[in-house]
Design a protein. Structure first.
Lengths: 117, 117
DNA sequence: AAATCATACAACCAATCAGTTGTACGTCAA
DNA sequence: TTGACGTACAACTGATTGGTTGTATGATTT
């Protein structure tokens, strides 16, 4: 039962790799919406939309709350932020590499200045 | 030939939804690596890794440069940033909703203060 | 020119995916 | 209680995925 970080990332990126699901996520960012509310907006069956919602939920990107007979979905902002964090982490590696190159160039320039003094 | 933004997003998130591809991306953030260099790091065939590289390239997350008989891959930092931007945009909607609620509460408090004066 | 290295790509396979229809179940209103 | 509503889930289908092996092509070395 290894709840690996990589599994979460797999699930989150997979969930985001479908425009219907990204649209659903956008719609539940600002307010909780029932699955029916969501389904009414797309040219596909209720079951299809319900599946998309399930994928988003399994990825932890949304959560559901029972209200009467409705199941209201809302975005999990922290989860979205954690996806951002994964990308920032990637970019950070690049930044540190650029910094290393800058340092190298600075050191070379210093060396060259010293010899031409 | 509609190069829709949504298509790009589909391709980028899909490319990121595989841990091998995320690892490849990590490795080519700091230096250009040939497909063989990359392939040596995984327990799968060269062809499989080459396919992963192709997926990343089609998504615009990496680019390749011929050097002799090698094909050196490097990360496209701007593309990674554009994925981040998509997520930030989502989060921004949430922030503006929170702001709206804060404004509402502030207005109510003001109203209440006025009536209890 | 021949042998080798690095890459690309086609053909195939099992598994997963995104959609469908149909059915079952819990909740609310008459 | 009956019916309608909102949801969940199973079973099926065609398309796509992630992997395989085998073959073809281009650049490098001998």
């Amino acid at each position: 039962m290894e709840a690996l970080l990589a599994d979460r990332a797999d699930a989150m990126f997979h969930a985001l790799a479908d425009r219907t699901r990204r649209d659903i996520l956008r719609r539940v960012m600002t307010e909780g919406l029932s699955v029916s509310d969501l389904a009414s907006g797309y040219d596909m069956s209720f079951a299809a939309v319900q599946k998309h919602v399930a994928v988003l939920e399994r990825a932890g990107l949304i959560s559901k709350q029972r209200v009467g007979r409705e199941q209201r979905a809302r975005a999990e902002v922290d989860a979205i932020r954690s996806v951002s964090a994964l990308l920032d982490e990637l970019e950070e590696q690049w930044r540190s590499r650029v910094q290393r190159i800058d340092d190298l160039l600075a050191a070379e320039e210093l060396e060259s200045n010293r010899s031409t003094r």
